[in-house]
Design a protein around this ligand. Structure first.
Ligand SMILES: *Cc1c(COP(=O)(O)O)cnc(C)c1O
Length: 361
């Protein structure tokens, strides 16, 4: 089903103000944004407007009680200048899962994808052509009741904006195993991309950063033994030629689309994959015996981020030289091919947007 989306174009483009050869992550914004409103039990008023500030009442519910969820996905250009969005149907489904957990409404069927398509058609010239850059797409939903009191909001906004971005990490990452702070518990909200999860990670991360680490490697909250995720990435270890990643079944781990892609591609490359718990003890033992061949974080922003050091109880465990990381390197190369439209067999993983009719504003 196609939805009616009204378009109010920006009077002039800001694109010439942006240095596409020096893109930071998340600091530049394209010309337009998509907005939808929810009230009286339904979504309406679909529109694309010039990217601009929005005024909110101080009692806006999202600010106080945190009904706020988001998604993150990327688009790139193929050789012919079409825009390719990587697995957006998966983000649409996950947004619905997050919304449901946070007591927020589902979006109408097809709106998520159509809104991305129309927004990107309009801002296609913002999609970088450089291989290491992409257009980051940020859909989010917030509760907008002007009301002080904890209840499910009756009003929401669903908004999408986009940012041309460069690389997220420029070097391999160092992660610190936190025993003091826990990200997620069974029955909690670890599997939801809700704003509060990220707020809660910032204080622990401050101390890890002071010690030279980039991210926290989170442990389970019950036994404090098993790895969950590193920062906002799913975590993978290659031990004895088996690619191991923690399972999703407890609801403590965010079901990453990069994670799913890594598992699928690794299996297709003939690599054995196991979704199972990995304990700190197993890691330490395997490290001692030099059986860890590779380790990396997987997420949309960084794609595949090799892990160089795991810090635990103030000891730094160094992992093999990055040059020897055949698994993460091969998977990353494959992912890039798919994202650029150079892999016909995985063309179902990209949503192609024909931007040829596009007339710059
Ligand atoms: C977004 C996110 C990921 C990665 O998910 P992708 O779909 O691969 O981008 C992993 N962990 C957390 C906590 C996240 O928020």
């Amino acid at each position: 089903m196609r939805h009616e989306i009204k378009v109010n174009k920006a009077k002039s483009s800001r694109i010439n103000e942006v240095d596409f050869n020096n893109l930071a992550f998340g600091k530049e914004f394209s010309d337009h944004m998509f907005i939808a409103d929810y009230s009286n039990g339904e979504w309406s008023n679909y529109r694309i407007e010039p990217m601009a500030n929005i005024a909110f009442h101080p009692a806006t519910s999202a600010f106080h009680y945190g009904q706020a969820i988001f998604e993150g996905l990327k688009a790139q250009k193929d050789k012919d200048g079409n825009v390719l969005v990587f697995r957006p149907d998966m983000n649409a489904k996950r947004m619905d899962i997050s919304a449901n957990r946070m007591g927020m409404p589902s979006l109408p069927e097809g709106l998520f994808l159509q809104a991305i398509e129309e927004l990107i058609k309009l801002d296609a010239s913002w999609v970088p052509t450089d291989a290491n850059s992409s257009l980051y797409i940020r859909p989010f939903m917030i509760a907008t009741d002007e009301y002080v009191g904890i209840r499910e909001s009756e009003h929401y906004k669903f908004i999408i904006f986009t940012c041309p971005v460069g690389a997220y990490y420029s070097a391999p990452v160092n992660v610190y195993v936190s025993e003091e702070y826990i990200r997620a518990f069974p029955g909690g909200v670890g599997f939801a991309k809700c704003a509060g999860n990220y707020a809660a990670s910032l204080y622990p991360l401050r101390f890890a950063k002071q010690e030279g680490y980039d991210q926290i490697l989170w442990l389970d909250g019950i036994e404090k033994k098993y790895f969950q995720e590193c920062g906002t990435m799913n975590v993978f270890f290659m031990i004895d030629n088996v690619l191991v990643t923690p399972p999703l079944d407890e609801g403590t781990i965010l079901a990453g689309i990069t994670r799913d892609s890594v598992i699928t591609l690794a299996k297709e490359m003939g690599i054995k994959v196991e979704e199972r718990n990995i304990s700190v003890e197993e890691f330490l033992q395997a490290h001692k015996e030099n059986r860890i061949q590779d380790a990396f974080g997987a997420g949309t922003a960084a794609t595949i981020a090799p892990i160089k050091i795991v810090g635990y109880r103030h000891t730094k465990y160094e992992l093999p030289d990055i040059e020897t990381r055949t698994v993460s390197t091969a998977i990353k190369a494959k992912m890039n091919q798919i994202k650029n439209g150079d892999d016909a067999q995985k063309s179902a993983w990209v949503m192609k947007i024909d931007a040829s009719e596009h007339v710059p504003v």
